[in-house]
Design a binder for this molecule. Structure first.
Ligand code: FNR
Length: 379
């Protein structure tokens, strides 16, 4: 068993253990992937101020997100097909987050359903909603999230139309996986994954069953998304969804200060500054580059969360220093899951918290509230 010390170790292991089509689905961005790369590169370019001889004993990474106490200001981001990285991945992720004391977000496009995850956990999780053309279906999903006592609805606004990921098309990425020669040869080299999947609670999109006729065999995710997702989505729909939901509403996929202002006036309890992990508009700003102007525009009116490129506790610290209330992690979670299942998710969360804690100490901060722009070196 290799020694795991960082998120990159988990990524390498996941790459060996997860079928190539599903690993590539997670580890890629749209088109040229320049925004995908910029998310991590721009975080790496930010420099922290090293401080010395400051008493940093008794540190704590505890904080609150939307009024909920958390062991660190990090939440697991919604990721589709999580149950394809490891059988029942959504349940494992939700249970790990619950034990760690941070929020887990279940995607509309998850394999395990809202009800599966609710039955396997004791604390509320967040549910992420995509807006589809069929509004009855949306209303029903919202009711199911309410019935499952989800504590926040994460409304994703940056996917009216799907950005193309070349690898998905080249790999013939489908659910279930299309049995091409390449896919079958690849699966043969990953028998443990296949065996676990035979015993999985579900092997297709749990939230869509019964509502969408072709859900059992979404042959081309891109074609299906084009048919179902609603390109007419507008702020009027956001207001309708807010009424239907009636609880805490997080608007995800905001990258422009103008949109952030509108989201705040529509009553967002929080927004997530995000470019969907570089999977949508290729050429858009990195999330971290977009963050400061958005904090300036709405930071006093709504909680500003951040995601995109977070692979370490240092990255979380930088986002907090630039005004984010918390960070969401997508791939860092998926790499842990694909590498080792539940222990891999535990490892990913532990690594990020320990790195955050040590980096806080080395910048002379003891609590999350003390973190501010003064710990950064201004270019
Ligand atoms: C995502 N993301 C995403 N977002 C969302 O709102 N609903 C979804 O179903 C998905 N699905 C999804 C699948 C995969 C494989 C990835 C990598 C991402 C975007 C996700 O919530 C988040 O914004 C990014 O993952 C953040 O970037 P990092 O942390 O992955 O770099």
């Amino acid at each position: 068993m290799p020694v795991i010390t960082c998120i990159e170790d988990l990524r390498q292991l996941a790459r060996k253990r997860v079928p190539r089509a599903f690993y590539d689905y997670a580890d890629s961005g749209s088109y040229t992937e320049c925004t995908y790369r910029a998310n991590a590169d721009d975080l790496a370019a930010i420099k922290l101020r090293q401080r010395v001889a400051i008493n940093v004993d008794n540190r704590s990474t505890r904080s609150t997100l939307l009024g909920q106490e958390v062991s660190m200001p990090v939440a697991i981001a919604p990721t589709g097909l999580t149950g394809m990285q490891w059988a029942d991945g959504e349940i494992l992720g939700a249970q790990a987050a619950e034990q760690f004391g941070i929020p887990f977000t279940l995607s509309t496009m998850s394999i395990c359903s809202i009800e599966d995850v609710a039955a396997a956990t004791t604390k509320p999780f967040w549910f992420q909603l995509y807006v589809m053309r069929d509004r009855e279906f949306i209303a029903d999903l919202i009711q199911r999230a309410k019935a499952a006592r989800c504590s926040a609805l994460v409304l994703t606004l940056d996917l009216q139309i799907l950005g193309q990921r070349h690898k998905d098309l080249k790999n013939g990425m489908t659910v279930p996986l299309r049995p091409t020669v390449a896919n079958l040869l690849d699966l043969a080299s990953k028998p443990a994954w296949a065996l676990r999947m035979l015993g999985a609670r579900r092997r297709t999109f749990g939230n869509l069953a019964g509502h969408v006729k072709d859900a059992a065999g979404i042959n081309s995710l891109a074609r299906w998304t084009a048919r179902q997702f609603d390109p007419t989505l507008s702020w009027k729909d956001v207001e309708w969804i807010k009424q239907q939901w009636g609880g805490k509403l997080i608007m995800k996929g905001i990258l422009d200060p103008e949109d952030a202002r509108i989201a705040a006036s529509c009553g967002a309890d929080a927004i997530v500054v995000s470019n969907h992990g570089g999977r949508q508009l290729d050429g858009a700003l990195s999330s971290i580059a977009a963050l400061p102007a958005i904090v300036e525009a709405v930071g006093d009116r709504t909680e500003v969360l951040f995601d995109g490129g977070v692979r370490s506790g240092q990255d979380v610290l930088k986002a907090l220093a630039l005004g984010a209330r918390g960070a969401m992690i997508g791939r860092a979670f998926l790499y842990g899951l694909g590498a080792m299942g539940r222990p891999g998710v535990d490892a990913a969360l532990g690594i990020i918290q320990r790195e955050l804690d040590v980096s806080m100490a080395l910048t002379g901060t003891r609590t999350i509230d003390e973190i501010g722009p003064n710990i950064l070196i201004r270019p």
